[in-house]
Design a protein around this ligand. Sequence first.
Ligand SMILES: NC(=O)C1=CN([C@@H]2O[C@H](COP(=O)(O)OP(=O)(O)OC[C@H]3O[C@@H](n4cnc5c(N)ncnc54)[C@H](O)[C@@H]3O)[C@@H](O)[C@H]2O)[C@@H](O)CC1
Ligand SMILES: Nc1ncnc2c1ncn2[C@@H]1O[C@H](COP(=O)(O)OP(=O)(O)O)[C@@H](O)[C@H]1O
Ligand SMILES: [K+]
Length: 493
Amino acid sequence: MKILSSSQIKECDSATIEKGISSISLMENAAKKCANWIVDNFKSNQNFSIFAGNGNNGGDGFVIARMLYEKGFDVEVFIDENNSKFSEDAKINLNKIKLISGITIKDYSEFDNRDNSVIIDALFGYGLNRELSDDFKNLIENLNQIQASKISIDIPTGLFADRMINKNAAVFKADFTLTFQFYKKSFLHPETEKFCGKIIVLDIDLDEDFINEAETDYFVIDEILIKKIYKPREEFSHKGTYGKSVLVGGSYGKIGAVLMSTLSALKTGSGLTFTIAPKCGNIILQSQVPEAMFIDSGENHINEIEIQDKAIYGIGPGLGKEIETQKALLEFLENYRNSVVLDADALNIIAENQKLNLIPKHSVITPHPLEFERLFGKTENSFERLELAKQKAEELQIFIILKDHHTVVITPNQKVFYNITGNSGMAKGGSGDVLTGILTSLISQKYDIEKACVFGVWLHGKAGDFAAVEFSKEAMLPTDLINHISTVFKHSR
Ligand SMILES: NC(=O)C1=CN([C@@H]2O[C@H](COP(=O)(O)OP(=O)(O)OC[C@H]3O[C@@H](n4cnc5c(N)ncnc54)[C@H](O)[C@@H]3O)[C@@H](O)[C@H]2O)[C@@H](O)CC1
Ligand SMILES: Nc1ncnc2c1ncn2[C@@H]1O[C@H](COP(=O)(O)OP(=O)(O)O)[C@@H](O)[C@H]1O
Ligand SMILES: [K+]
């Protein structure tokens, strides 16, 4: 799914209107989708307090008020009585509810919370283009104090669609955000996402031709995209068809990390799978993953990384940073020209030795925010971090997978794919090792690298979601996630 900027969304609204639907009907349709969702999900609530602004977001609020009232709910609408400059469509819909005696319209200052009430925020949508005034800030802060269910229409008021907010910004804290047609960039960054609650994307039939042609670098990974990427296995095939994965890592006390990567590569379909690990891991690896072949290197830590033909390497899980291991990695990178997946201590070694230029072009690196900082330096927030990652991905011609709640894949041509699968049950040591195995396996199966990254992060999160359903977020383990890779493939058929 494409992510458009607020100005593109405005153009998309206009393109839809040019195709023949009036702006007032578009507002009616959009609000109807919201009202229907609200009725389905808030049947047991009687009172709705709707806060409307002066633009079209407020217009949506007026239509929702009318529709909820017509369905038998008690509705109060709050506006700024001192500001009578409403948008054309908002004015038409405000006038309509003024004719309904059962709907009370009051000034924001007259709000008094009622029992069993739901607060609907239709103050500002994607039209917000500057910081809120103090009056609005106070209003939002007061509403945020109230114990009631809260719904934002399109965007929680105070958030911009596609940029960071100031540190002291006031933002409506929603339990649900009913947004139109597209995810907005700010729904996917930790500093701004926390105001959105659960995000519901409502299709309001905006012009498909415009959407197809709209140019953007930003995408949300959805199942439509995954279905286009996934390649079912051919029956006339053999182990050589599905590539050779070599997982490199492990050190004394951290053999589990490379074991999980190896197992993940196998479960993702790798044809031939090797593990390069120190001798101390031999029995553990051979008994836990008999399908993989073991190549030893060093006693307790790796001291050489053998280069094999036609293989894809995933290096880093449990690797450690012993001097000999550092040397082995740097020497490997100096002599290796193919794409490689680099994670964990492989990234820390590269950062400490300032050897970013040794990363082969079209490689994949998978840093979490701290590893990213060690590699590329500090940034103020996740929006800036993403911009820096885009710049570095292009400069180094590599794929950067920035791991987070919404992991982001950044390509050498600066495309950005946000992942929305996964959950906090994955916030446990070992989850990243699983991702390394999945990515190495997909690339060795000749998935194009961009597709492998997009599919890999989605598959990883989706398996995590199945694991959470079976075991709970608290109790699920990275090894449970590995066992649920099969559930994802079964559902993909
Ligand atoms: N026909 C359409 O264009 C549709 C628009 N829709 C709704 O319309 C919204 C966008 O409407 P608008 O473009 O009217 O914008 P908003 O309703 O988001 O904002 C209203 C106006 O407030 C002003 N403003 C911006 N920042 C401000 C601030 N800090 N303090 C005070 N005023 C400020 C701007 O001039 C802006 O145009 C969407 O988010 C969505 O809810 C939907 O009804 C779908 C169809
Ligand atoms: N709260 C969360 N929501 C979604 N995914 C998460 C969450 N916490 C962690 N993850 C995922 O788990 C993995 C953790 O990787 P990493 O931090 O490298 O862990 P480790 O190296 O200890 O295995 C990443 O892919 C990350 O996206
Ligand atoms: K809003």
